[in-house]
Design a protein around this ligand. Structure first.
Ligand SMILES: NC(=O)C1=CN([C@@H]2O[C@H](COP(=O)(O)OP(=O)(O)OC[C@H]3O[C@@H](n4cnc5c(N)ncnc54)[C@H](OP(=O)(O)O)[C@@H]3O)[C@@H](O)[C@H]2O)C=CC1
Ligand SMILES: O=CCCC(=O)O
Length: 291
């Protein structure tokens, strides 16, 4: 189907998104810092590039799905990075969750070499990525957005084009700031129900019928009651998003005491060694128990 697309970063999300694209007939050349993680993608029909630069050289446009701002910058600016082969007619789409400044730095570097840039962070986790049910929050070059729409339509159930670079990053951080705060309130509620003699499972049933019912409580509640925190969205990334959202709050002089308290809980969870578990493991900071 069409030209080859590049894909950099095969973590939980990148792997799921890339496999989904391959299943839908897209041709992909992939790269991951730990190159062995490319093997599974090769089994699904992908080619491998030895470096980000090699991938960009081969592909009309390349997608990045990296852990954080440092990783997103490194893949573009370091030796053998995206910048080495980006040029007129080629595009780079960063789907990582980063702050607007990081995205702007990448955008300026890419466009100064004649390339096109789009930021396109996503809402939705591992399962929606596998099922092509993400929500894509794009901003930047409209022409690249339109070129990538066939791939976005496979990866996501809805794509938003939000205007200039930075708006996608900001939208994503606002969404995840709300989500992180909700997860903390939910954890406290589960523990409060349990310790005050209520059945937490009954609380889940009540919540599911109430005005505050939502897919996150429905999906995470049962596993949290089993102390099962198999990572879909790693807690260290949720804490990164709270930190970046709070910085956005600082810039705009928005008082965000609820988000600040949630960030403290995620920091505490990281300090307890829970950073690689699912973000719902913040529950353990309320329980105070052994995993
Ligand atoms: N998981 C989720 O539910 C969601 C995550 N996100 C966002 O998507 C992004 C990816 O998340 P996720 O897949 O869960 O994260 P993972 O931690 O599973 O994967 C991170 C990826 O980044 C790579 N990486 C990390 N540091 C570097 C570096 N310095 N140079 C090059 N590559 C690097 C890793 O490579 P290696 O394999 O070598 O370590 C890996 O491919 C994050 O920004 C996250 O916030 C957005 C929506 C949902
Ligand atoms: O950034 C991660 C978001 C996870 C989700 O939307 O379920």
């Amino acid at each position: 189907m069409g030209e080859e697309i590049g894909f950099l970063g095969l973590g939980i999300m990148g792997k799921a998104m890339a496999v989904n694209l391959l299943r839908h007939g897209f041709k992909l050349t992939v790269w991951n810092r730990t190159l062995s993680k490319c093997d599974e993608l090769v089994e699904h029909g992908a080619s491998v590039g030895e470096t980000p630069a090699a991938v960009v050289k081969k592909c009309k446009y390349t997608i990045g799905m990296l852990s954080d701002p440092a990783a997103a910058l490194s893949v573009v600016f370091d030796k053998d990075g995206v910048l080495e082969h980006i040029c007129t007619g080629k595009g780079y789409i960063d789907m990582s969750t980063v702050d607007a400044d990081t995205s702007s730095k990448i955008s300026e570097a890419i466009t100064s070499k004649g390339g096109h840039f789009l930021e396109a962070p996503v809402s939705g986790s591992k399962k929606p990525a596998e099922d092509g049910q993400l929500v894509i929050l794009a901003a930047g070059e409209k022409a690249l957005y339109e070129e990538a729409l066939p791939a976005f339509n496979v990866m996501g159930k809805k794509s938003f084009f939000l205007g200039h670079v930075g708006n996608g990053a900001r939208m994503k951080l606002v969404v995840n700031m709300i989500m992180g705060s909700m997860m903390n309130a939910f954890s406290e509620g589960l523990e409060l129900a349990d310790r005050s003699g209520l059945n937490p499972q009954t609380l889940l049933d009540v919540l599911d019928l109430a005005a505050i019912a939502n897919p996150m409580f429905k999906m995470k509640g049962p596993t949290m009651l089993q102390n099962n925190y198999t990572p879909a969205f790693p807690l260290k990334h949720q804490q990164k998003d709270m930190r970046l959202a709070l910085a956005l709050g600082d810039e705009n002089a928005i008082s965000m005491p609820v988000a600040a308290a949630a960030n403290e809980a995620f920091k505490k969870a990281r300090n307890l060694g829970l950073g690689d578990l699912d973000f719902s493991a913040v529950h353990q900071t309320v329980k105070g128990g052994e995993l």
